[in-house]
Design a protein around this ligand. Structure first.
Ligand SMILES: [Mn+2]
Length: 320
């Protein structure tokens, strides 16, 4: 190994410096986003029905993501023999967080929607880090006027409540709000299990409105390839990943953990297949509440999923 290149300039180890996502450049001017992928935090958790704490999700995931910033020379995967996230082929920026107005869900959601709209206007792929799952509502709203897409949700909970006590924009409502959109062609809801805010009628409504619902056990029985065949091939896909889809043994840092969840490779192989077969047009990863996990493992899992997902989407997308 030659010395030059490796031993000039700063070493910049992961624990050194400022925690943007993956230590990618911070772009504070949302009218000057010029990248293939733009990451935004949506630190809002007033939509929770049990334990709050996901407002600290973007901070936690950003800090954990620095682990994956080694050298910025990309991430070589020896199994695939691919260098994902090659900086010569894909550019990523962090645009910071949407502004959150305490006690005001609608204004906070408006600010999140604005950020996603600015990312879409720039032509970049939006990647939003929550926040509770209600932040998916403004993310989907921001796609109004765009070409239709299919929504894939990976989650323990169906999140299909229409309205309860007047609440329509909490973290139990986002898939219902999405299903109502004319430009959402259908939903695939994976990992759904155990106690949920959605009643039996919610499941019936979801199926009537075009949802394909599978539990972890059903997904496991089918296997990745059969699972992928249930997702409309070639359609544009928006991906919403609730960290509680994963088993609490590997992701305890979340407001509503549910045992019997997915393991890492089950989800990664699914995401890899979607990146191969479909155009991914938007991503959010929600419900990381770092304070419930003193080991930091949950935030590292979230960062690892996002880094590997972004790398695969970029790799399989023409021109990147
Ligand atoms: Mn959810």
């Amino acid at each position: 190994m030659t010395r030059h290149g490796y031993e000039t300039g700063r070493l910049n180890l992961p624990f050194v410096g400022i925690c943007t996502f993956g230590k990618y450049p911070l772009v504070e001017d949302w009218n000057a986003i010029d990248a293939d992928v733009a990451v935004m935090g949506a630190p809002f958790d007033a939509g929770t029905q049990w334990r709050a704490g996901a407002r600290m999700g973007p901070r936690g995931v950003r800090e954990a993501s620095t682990l994956f910033s080694f050298g910025h020379a990309g991430a070589y995967d020896h199994e695939d023999d691919v260098t994902y996230l090659d900086p010569a082929r894909v550019s990523i920026v962090d645009i910071g967080d949407a502004d959150i107005i305490h006690t005001d869900t609608l204004r906070s959601h408006e600010n999140i929607e604005y950020g996603v709209r600015r990312i879409l206007a720039s032509g970049a792929l939006p990647v939003v880090i929550g926040g509770d799952h209600s932040v998916n509502i403004p993310c989907i709203n921001a796609f109004e006027g765009q070409e239709p897409f299919h929504l894939v949700q990976i989650d323990a909970h169906l999140d299909f409540v229409d309205e309860r006590h007047g609440v329509r924009y909490g973290h139990g409502n986002p898939m219902r709000r999405a299903a109502e959109k004319s430009y959402v062609t259908g939903l695939t809801q994976l990992g759904i299990r155990n106690v949920s805010s959605t009643s039996r009628e919610g499941y019936e409504d979801a199926r009537a409105m075009g949802s394909d619902i599978l539990s972890v056990r059903q997904a496991r029985t089918l296997g990745t390839e059969a699972l992928l065949r249930r997702i409309p091939e070639g359609e544009r896909i928006y991906l919403t990943i609730d960290i509680d889809a994963f088993d609490p043994s590997i992701a305890p840092g979340t407001g509503t953990p549910s045992h019997g969840g997915f393991l890492y490779y089950e989800v990664l192989e699914l995401l890899d297949g979607i990146a191969r077969r479909n155009e991914v047009v938007g991503i959010d990863l929600v419900e990381v509440a770092p304070d419930y996990d003193p080991t930091g493992s949950t935030s590292i899992l979230a960062a690892q999923v996002l880094m590997n997902l972004i790398g695969r989407v970029a790799h399989h997308r023409q021109g990147l």
